[in-house]
Design a protein around this ligand. Structure first.
Ligand code: SAH
Length: 334
C-alpha cells in the first residue's frame, strides 16, 4: 500500500481512523494547535477575513469556509472578533469542511449560536453552484492530506510502500511507482533523476495540489481569498512523515489509528499548483501575526507566554508558514 493510502486509512477510516474516533487536541490529547493555545490566533484571522470582506465591497452574502476546523475554536474566536465589523457576521454563510463525526459534534457546540453548514469536500454541489464570494481558512489542514513517497534506488525512483509482515507487523518496502488509483506510473508526479543519490526520499502530494487547484478555481469564479497555515518548507526533498501521540513523536507504523500522522507541507509545490490566482507568501507565522497586531493584543490580554509560543522563531513563528490565494483582493499580513 502506498504511503498515501496508508495515511488516508490511518486518519480517516470510518471505524478506526485517528480523527474519526476522538478529539485529539489539548493537554489531555495528543497535540495542541495555534487556536487552542490562544484566542488571539482565531481573533486575528477573523479580523483578516473581515478586512478581505471590506475590500471585496462588503458583499451581502459570502461563504465563510473553514477546512479541518478541529474543535471549532478558531471559527468561534474569528466570528467574535469580526463582530466589531458591522455586517460581516450577518453576511457570512458559515461552512465547515470536516470528515470527523466526533469533531463535528464539538464544532456544533462551539458554534451553537450560529447557523452552520457542514460539507465533506470542497467539490460539494452547494459550494459549486453558488456564486457568492468566498473567504476560506485552513489551519493545520493540508498536513493531514496524504502524501506519496519515492525512494531513489538503483538509479531510479521506486515508490515507498507499506508491507505487512507474516508476524503482523508493518515495514517500509519499495515497489514499482504506481499512479494514484492504480494505473500505470507514466504520469506519476516524480522529481527528475538528475543529481539524486542513492537513498534520497522525495515526497509529493497530488491530493494537496488538487485541493489548492480546486480552491483556486473557486476563487476565480467567485472572487475572494483563501488562507493556509501549516508547518512546512519551500521545496527540497526529504522524508517528513511523522506520527505524534501524547505530545511526543511516535513510530508511524505502530499503534496505527491511535497517533496523528502528518507530513510537512511543500509550499513551493502548492504555489505552483495555484493557477490563475495571486499567491501571497508563504511568510512565517510570527511575521504574519505580528503584522496583524498580535503584540498589541497580547499586551491587552496579558498573554505574553502565548505570544511567544505562537510567534517566536524557535517556537511556531518560523516553522509554521502562511500563504494566501486571492482573486480580486489584496490581503493584509504579507
Ligand atoms: N484547524 C484545527 C484542527 C487541525 S487538525 C486547529 O487548528 O485546531 C486537522 C483537522 O482536519 C481535523 O479537524 C480533522 O478531522 C480534519 N480533517 C483531516 N482530514 C480531512 C479531510 N480529508 N477532509 C476534511 N477534514 C479533514
Amino acid at each position: 500500500m502506498g504511503v498515501d493510502d496508508f495515511m488516508a486509512l490511518a486518519l480517516g477510516q470510518p471505524e478506526h481512523g485517528y480523527y474519526m474516533t476522538r478529539d485529539p487536541f489539548g493537554r489531555a490529547g495528543d497535540f495542541t494547535t495555534a487556536p487552542e493555545i490562544s484566542q488571539m490566533f482565531g481573533e486575528l484571522l477573523g479580523l483578516w477575513a473581515a478586512d478581505v470582506w471590506m475590500k471585496l465591497g462588503r458583499p451581502a452574502r459570502f461563504d465563510f469556509i473553514e477546512c479541518g476546523p478541529g474543535r471549532g475554536t478558531l471559527m468561534a474566536d474569528a466570528l467574535r472578533a469580526a463582530k466589531t465589523v458591522p455586517g460581516f457576521v450577518d453576511a457570512a454563510q458559515i461552512i465547515l469542511m470536516e470528515i470527523s463525526p466526533v469533531l463535528r459534534e464539538k464544532q456544533k457546540t462551539a458554534l451553537r449560536n450560529y447557523d452552520v453548514q457542514w460539507i465533506d469536500s470542497i467539490n460539494h454541489s452547494g459550494i459549486q453552484s453558488s456564486n457568492h464570494p468566498v473567504i476560506l481558512l485552513a489551519n493545520e489542514f493540508l498536513d493531514a492530506l496524504p502524501v506519496q513517497q519515492f525512494l531513489f534506488e538503483g538509479g531510479g525512483w521506486r515508490e515507498r510502500t507499506i508491507n505487512v509482515r507474516s508476524n503482523g507487523k508493518f515495514d517500509f518496502i519499495t515497489s514499482p511507482p504506481r499512479r494514484r488509483g492504480g494505473g500505470a506510473a507514466d504520469d506519476c508526479r516524480m522529481p527528475a533523476c538528475a543529481g539524486m543519490t542513492e537513498g534520497d526520499i522525495a515526497e509529493v502530494s497530488p491530493l494537496r495540489e488538487e485541493f489548492v487547484q480546486d480552491v483556486s478555481t473557486l476563487l476565480i469564479s467567485r472572487r475572494g481569498a483563501a488562507l493556509f497555515i501549516d508547518y512546512g518548507h519551500e521545496g527540497g526533498m526529504s522524508d517528513t512523515l511523522q506520527a505524534v501521540k501524547n505530545h511526543k513523536f511516535a513510530s508511524v507504523l505502530e499503534d496505527i489509528g491511535n497517533a496523528d500522522i502528518t507530513s510537512h507541507v511543500d509550499f513551493a509545490a502548492l504555489r505552483a499548483a495555484a493557477e490563475g490566482v495571486l499567491v501571497y507568501g508563504p511568510v512565517g507565522q510570527g511575521s504574519f501575526l505580528g503584522t496583524l497586531g498580535i503584540r498589541e493584543r497580547a499586551q491587552m490580554l496579558n498573554q505574553h507566554r502565548e505570544l511567544e509560543r505562537l510567534s517566536a522563531p524557535a517556537q511556531m513563528g518560523r516553522l509554521f508558514r502562511v500563504m494566501a490565494l486571492c482573486h480580486d483582493v489584496t490581503p493584509e499580513g504579507f
